[in-house]
Design a protein around this ligand. Structure first.
Ligand code: FES
Length: 150
């Protein structure tokens, strides 16, 4: 982990405790998660107890304390997508990348998540990778779509 990068982020927002959310968000964008060493550095520099920072990091779902992949795959298993075959699509993705929902591949390429609704039920079954939506998904399309991400 690059301590200069974290220092730069703290400098950008200042050491006021109110800046903590912006600082954590920037660290998360930099590393895709919040490394423990980064949080220790923030705690020391900003004189905020580490336990308080962990409290914030665990409260907000946007933050992750474990390494995440470069590409985040969200498979919708909400009712509309479920009835149109989303479970089979999730299974196919799990099989292709060799992890279960909630996990990250060892090469940090993909993190796989199941979600309850992506807000575009008419397009279901729906899969989202980073900011891209894939509607009317089928198991047969999985391989080709995943190959577009490296
Ligand atoms: S249920 Fe899948 S997008 Fe709403």
């Amino acid at each position: 982990m690059n301590t200069d990068k974290v220092d730069g982020i703290i400098k950008k927002y200042g050491k006021e405790q109110s800046a903590i959310m912006s600082i954590l968000q920037d660290i998360q964008s930099e590393y895709n998660y919040l490394p423990r060493e980064a949080l220790e550095q923030v705690s020391k520099k900003m004189s905020i107890p580490l336990s308080k920072i962990y409290g914030i990091a665990t409260f907000y779902k946007v933050f992750s304390l474990t390494p995440r992949g470069r590409h985040l795959i969200k498979v919708c298993l909400g009712t509309a997508c479920h009835v149109r075959g989303a479970p089979q699509i999730l299974e196919e993705i799990e099989r292709k990348i060799g992890i279960r929902a909630g996990e990250t591949t060892g090469d940090l390429k993909f993190t796989l998540e199941r979600v309850n609704c992506l807000g575009a039920c008419a397009l279901g079954p729906l899969v989202m990778i980073n900011n891209d939506y894939y509607g009317q998904m089928t198991s047969a399309k999985v391989d080709k779509i995943l190959k577009a991400y490296d």
